[in-house]
Design a protein around this ligand. Structure first.
Ligand SMILES: [Zn+2]
Ligand SMILES: [Zn+2]
Length: 168
């Protein structure tokens, strides 16, 4: 029997009275809907690592970091699919990839305290909100399939924990 305790803990709880619904995100089919209580992330980055490219089927991944308590699921939390890319387990084993079980849209990477969600799912209400999600840096840049000469810091691995790569 798998451990189902995650269902009652952030970010999977329903938004209560105290939770301010600032920004909404949803998957492609609409089964999964969530709210954020903040109008911007703690950090935002593009990841060029090999795992992200394969799992997302995209040249790079855009991730925005939030505290788990700043996220709440309006619907679809019981129909999520999990995937731990190290063990390849489908159990809710952190850190893991979280996606909609129906349409396959990737919702977030869930870590132990934080979530790295994918801002392409968000419904921005104005330009300010959109600007809040602008990336600060690129990570795992040497693994890129496309050059992005945007003047932002480019790290060989994790930001602050690897070397900076000069822009070519
Ligand atoms: Zn869906
Ligand atoms: Zn990555």
């Amino acid at each position: 029997m798998s451990d189902q305790i995650w269902k009652t803990k952030p970010p999977y709880q329903k938004p209560d009275e105290a939770f301010s619904k600032v920004l909404q995100g949803s998957c492609h089919c609409g089964q999964v809907k969530y709210w954020l209580s903040k109008d911007g992330p703690l950090a935002s980055k593009y990841c060029h690592c090999g795992d992200c490219k394969v799992i997302h089927g995209a040249p790079f991944q855009w991730a925005a970091i939030f505290q788990k308590s700043d996220m709440a699921f309006e619907s679809g939390a019981e129909n999520l699919r999990f995937y731990n890319s190290s063990s390849k387990s489908l159990e809710h084993e952190l850190p893991c990839k979280v996606s909609c079980s129906q349409c396959g849209t990737l919702i977030m990477d869930e870590g132990r305290n934080m979530v790295l969600l994918f801002p392409t799912l968000l419904k921005f209400q104005n330009e300010t909100q959109k600007r809040n999600f602008e990336v600060q840096c690129h990570i795992f840049y040497p693994q890129r399939v496309v050059d992005l000469p945007d003047g932002k810091p480019k790290w060989t691995g994790l930001d602050g924990k690897s070397e900076l790569v000069p822009e070519t």
